[in-house]
Design a protein around this ligand. Sequence first.
Ligand SMILES: [Zn+2]
Length: 97
Amino acid sequence: MADKIPALRLNTIGQLVENGYALRLDCVSCAEGADVDLEALIRQLGADFTLPELRRHAACPRCGGAVTLSMRLAAAGPKPAGHPMAIRLRPPAPPRR
Ligand SMILES: [Zn+2]
């Protein structure tokens, strides 16, 4: 029997960084996709920002469409070349007047 791998708790973007994960976003509509600059995101949102919240609010910077999140272990070494995908966050609720 294979040993079970203990499940990591990856609920926040801070935990992704702590555990050496990279986060990639792919647009459902226009197939734009790239790694997210997690450190910039943490500066913007805080390390306790949760992944479900991120999924709800993230939008493709090109077309504004929904994106999918995928996580993977980041390889040791420099980040791959290219621009990290800038996440456009939708406001949590429309302003009321
Ligand atoms: Zn798009």
